[in-house]
Design a protein around this ligand. Structure first.
Ligand code: P1T
Length: 390
């Protein structure tokens, strides 16, 4: 699909067609898995289609990258072996030892560990700030030193909302770039680059892939200067996905819109059930009018997503017990697949932030609401929350 055409089409059309035209030789409608490490040259330097070596480029990956760029409305997209590989490549593309970053005070534990434990010894400094508090972000910026304002919105796992447009203005005024981890919203619900962000990060392991069968990451960028730096580092650092992983992620993206709508429908039903439940102390979901980020989320997101977090009344033991009791919700890390998952962030995905400013409440449970029959999901939670069981 031509770039011009793909930019004019609707999201669902882009999800299915952008990045790939049927193969000119065979007519294959779906990008083949190019399981090749190298390419025949027609005389030294005579590359066919620019392909030289599969770390630098592979047609299956090219199709995925074209698709992601079209969905996020970015200038270029780059695929990686994992979300953290994408983040590491971004950090080394856009920062130098001695630079400073503002990061969410409730980021994904692995992102914090990368920035703190790997970036720290390398010379990066960081300050946590609440993404929902513009003044706090402004105050955390060190003029001249802060190169990136890095946010998640919604954040993992507390689902705080950052105002992308306002944060982009704050970052740019300070000469920094705004990086938005868009993993929780997915490009279907939110397109940060259209709101002024400079770089979008994805763990494509989640909604983009959508079937819990592949680990991957992506960076989508606005502006050719940033694209050149990221492109150079993608090749120079080499943390690329193999062709089969690229194929699976691309296949997942084709159904992103329909999956996300069902994730949102089911999450809303789960929220309706949890709100007011006697064993539930607090339900956290940006779609609730009581959520402090509801108004901003309504402005910048199409819907509110498939992740629901909640706190139980009986402390950590109670939370661990509920996680242990569900049957349709599988106890496991990760999110964004078709199947529902339940987890205890404090002991699982966010164990790496224990004892830091980013520590999460011990009575918190995170649900990744899948696309099963909503009534079965609600019944499963009802059983798991029944008092006196276990
Ligand atoms: O796992 P990986 O593909 O490397 O992506 C890391 C990552 C980055 N950003 C966000 C917002 C994430 O949620 C993740 C991964 N998160 C989990 C595995 C999880 O269960 O929260």
């Amino acid at each position: 699909m031509s770039q011009e055409h793909s930019q004019k089409s609707g999201f669902e059309t882009r999800a299915i067609h952008a990045g790939y035209d049927p193969d000119p030789t065979t007519g294959a409608v779906i990008p083949p898995i190019y399981a090749t490490s190298t390419y025949k040259q027609d005389g030294v330097g005579g590359l066919r289609g620019g392909y030289e070596y599969s770390r630098s480029g592979n047609p299956t990956r090219t199709a995925l990258e074209g698709n992601l760029a079209a969905l996020e409305e970015g200038d270029r997209a780059f695929a990686f072996a994992s979300g953290l590989a994408a983040e590491d490549t971004l950090l080394r593309s856009l920062t130098r030892p001695g630079d400073h970053l503002v990061i969410p005070d409730d980021a994904y534990g692995g992102t914090f560990r990368l920035i703190d434990k790997v970036g720290g010894p390398w010379g990066l400094e960081h300050s946590p700030a609440a993404v929902s508090d513009l003044d706090a972000v402004r105050a955390a910026i060190r003029p001249g030193k802060t190169k990136l304002v890095w946010i998640e919105t919604p954040t993992n796992p507390l689902l705080n909302i950052g105002d992308i447009e306002a944060l982009a203005a704050i970052a740019h005024q300070a000469g920094a770039l705004l990086v938005v981890d868009n993993t929780f919203a997915s490009p279907y619900l939110q397109q940060p680059l259209t709101l002024g962000a400079d770089v979008v990060v994805h763990s494509t392991t989640k909604y983009c892939g959508g079937h819990s069968d592949v680990v991957g990451g992506a960076l989508v960028v606005r502006g050719l200067e940033v694209a050149d730096k990221v492109g150079f580092h993608q090749n120079a650092m080499g943390a690329v996905p193999g062709p089969f992983d690229a194929f699976l992620t691309h296949r997942g993206l084709k159904t992103l819109a329909v999956r996300m709508d069902r994730h949102c429908d089911n999450a809303e039903k789960v929220v309706d059930f949890l709100v007011g439940h006697p064993q539930v102390a607090e339900v956290i979901y940006p779609g609730l009018e009581s959520h402090p980020g509801h108004e901003v989320a309504s402005r910048q997101m199409k819907r509110y997503g498939g992740i629901v977090s909640f706190r139980v009344t009986g402390g950590e033991e109670h939370a661990l017990d509920v996680c242990d009791r569900t049957e349709v919700f599988t106890l496991g890390e990760s999110l964004g697949g078709v199947e529902s998952l339940i987890e205890h962030p404090g002991r699982m995905t966010h164990a790496s932030v224990a004892g830091t400013d980013l520590e999460v409440p011990p009575d918190l449970i995170r649900l990744s609401v899948g696309i099963e029959t909503a009534e079965d999901l609600v019944a499963d939670l009802e059983r798991a929350l029944e008092p006196g069981r276990g």
